[in-house]
Design a protein around this ligand. Structure first.
Ligand SMILES: [Zn+2]
Length: 500
């Protein structure tokens, strides 16, 4: 899972606030009160796991044990940690015997797992829960900063510690804990439930999740919805909103890297240089790109999130976001000020590599740079490439694709039964949290299922505050025992709500 995007606190500067008030008075606007959606009554959560104690039930120890398998994805050109994955598979088989007896389990792409929990009603559309078993490596120089070694799976101070406790072994294990408890309770789903546990999500999922999706497509499976990581329960992450927000991802940004290259005509001795070298030419192009970012677009799902949360926002902020016909430019300009919130409203441009020159007294024969774009759902790979070409406006600079690219995902429906089931589950298990649609800034394995799923949602109810988001892919990754029991209860309730 990606760094989690937060939208920093929104403070309207005094001058802008005065301008806003003046505008309002001058136009004699009758501004509607900033009311959010009405409070919804929900049935109580099922009592099957009320009071679940993950320390006593052994669930915390099982998560810790799963952390100890070093299922690290290091890169597409590095050998898969095959032994570790097979060890983890064995461990899962032994730890969840009812699940492994009742569900069909298949290995796909050698190390990914596809579980099929056959439903009683073949006419109902199946659903699919996604998670991934691989984790990102540990930077050797960060090792000393871990309070407990990253592959210890230690249980201490009320937390399970280690790589994968937030991203994403927690989701693999919690799903299986939930199903084991449901089976013990005699539950049998109406609709078929698939579980897809990939082994290479951190390096794009093309050997794992993509192959599972291809296999299901081959079998003619059409999914009602998929659920994957992506959104979380954010504490103090949404501007001006005090209660925790359950950010349910309904779309994810696309991914593209472009290589810019220039070859010089003169590349001899530097004593008689031309006015511009290859480096200068390319630097000029990059400067133009950074000065002309892609346009901001205040659109769903970000605007849908605002509409859900507006009732909780401070008056001025609520006023601005609920009157976007008037204040869109102001809202956009404020959101653009922080990289985290800018990424939610714009296709971002990041110059990430630059190579040129070999010696101080030699003119470079060539220069090369790589620019990485994260593409908004309303943009596309073609639109970004065209923008780059137009802004650079230099025929000498060659523009080509660098590495894999993905179009942005479609935006999933927030009026679907699947979204309603997710919202209801959040309200039952996290009654203090506000569910809201959300744009996931980075990629997940769900992108591989777009072609066979009506909707794709991205939400794992780990609680994160501003201090916790750096733990994902960072140091001291951990989950509290309390939160882990909530995650398990969330999957139980979701299956009761969506699969019965
Ligand atoms: Zn992940």
């Amino acid at each position: 899972m990606p760094n989690f995007p937060s939208i920093h606190r929104f403070r309207m500067p005094r001058r802008a606030a005065i301008a806003v008030m003046a505008l309002l008075v001058a136009a004699s606007l009758a501004v509607a009160a900033c009311a959010g959606p009405a409070k919804v009554e929900v049935p109580p959560a099922a009592d099957i796991a009320v009071g679940l104690d993950v320390a006593k039930s052994g669930a915390a120890a099982r998560l810790g044990a799963a952390v100890r398998f070093k299922t690290v994805s290091r890169g597409p050109d590095v050998a898969v940690a095959g032994e570790a994955f097979l060890g983890l598979h064995d461990f899962l088989r032994q730890s969840y015997p009812k699940t492994h007896a009742a569900l069909k389990v298949e290995s796909v792409g050698d190390y990914s797992l596809l579980y099929t929990w056959q439903g009683r009603d073949a006419a109902r559309q199946p659903i699919l829960l996604l998670a991934h078993m691989d984790v990102v490596p540990i930077e050797p120089e960060s090792l000393g900063a871990w309070r407990h070694p990253p592959f210890s799976g230690a249980i201490a101070d009320g937390f399970v510690w280690g790589r994968g406790t937030l991203d994403d072994k927690v989701s693999v294990l919690a799903t299986l804990e939930a199903i084991e408890l449901l089976l013990a309770d005699g539950f049998a789903p109406e609709r078929t439930v698939y579980l897809a546990f990939g082994h290479d999500e951190e390096i794009d999922g093309r050997m794992g999740a993509a192959r599972i999706a291809a296999l299901l497509a081959e079998r003619g499976v059409r999914l009602g919805f998929t659920l994957d990581e992506g959104g979380i329960i954010g504490h103090d992450l949404v501007p001006g909103v005090e209660p925790p927000v359950a950010l349910i991802g309904v779309a994810e940004k696309g991914y593209l890297s472009l290589k810019l290259s220039v070859e010089a005509e003169d590349c001899g001795h530097s004593s008689m240089p031309p006015r511009t070298t290859a480096i200068g030419r390319l630097a000029g192009a990059i400067h133009r790109l950074e000065s002309n970012p892609m346009a901001a677009d205040l659109a769903p799902p970000v605007t849908d999130m605002f509409d859900q949360l507006v009732g909780e926002m401070p008056f001025m902020l609520g006023l601005a976001v609920s009157n976007r016909w008037l204040f869109a430019p102001l809202v956009e300009s404020r959101l653009s000020e922080s990289p985290a919130s800018d990424a939610a409203i714009r296709t971002t441009t990041a110059v990430t590599m630059f190579n040129a020159g070999v010696k101080a007294n030699v003119l470079p024969c060539a220069a090369e740079a790589v620019v990485n774009f994260r593409i908004l759902p309303s943009d596309s790979i073609a639109a970004v490439t065209e923008h780059v070409r137009a802004v650079i406006d230099d025929p000498v600079i060659e523009i080509s694709r660098h590495g894999a690219a993905d179009e942005p995902s479609p935006v999933s429906d927030i009026a679907s039964p699947g979204f309603a089931a997710l919202q209801q589950t959040v309200r039952q298990i996290f009654p203090e949290a506000l569910p809201a649609p959300h744009l996931v800034i980075a990629a997940t394995d769900s992108k591989h299922f777009t072609a066979i799923a009506d909707n794709s949602y991205r939400f794992l109810p780990i609680r994160l505050g501003p201090d916790d988001t750096p733990r994902i892919h960072g140091i001291n990754e951990r989950i509290s025992l309390q939160n882990y029991s909530e995650v398990i209860r969330f999957y139980i309730q979701l299956l009761l709500n969506a699969a019965l």
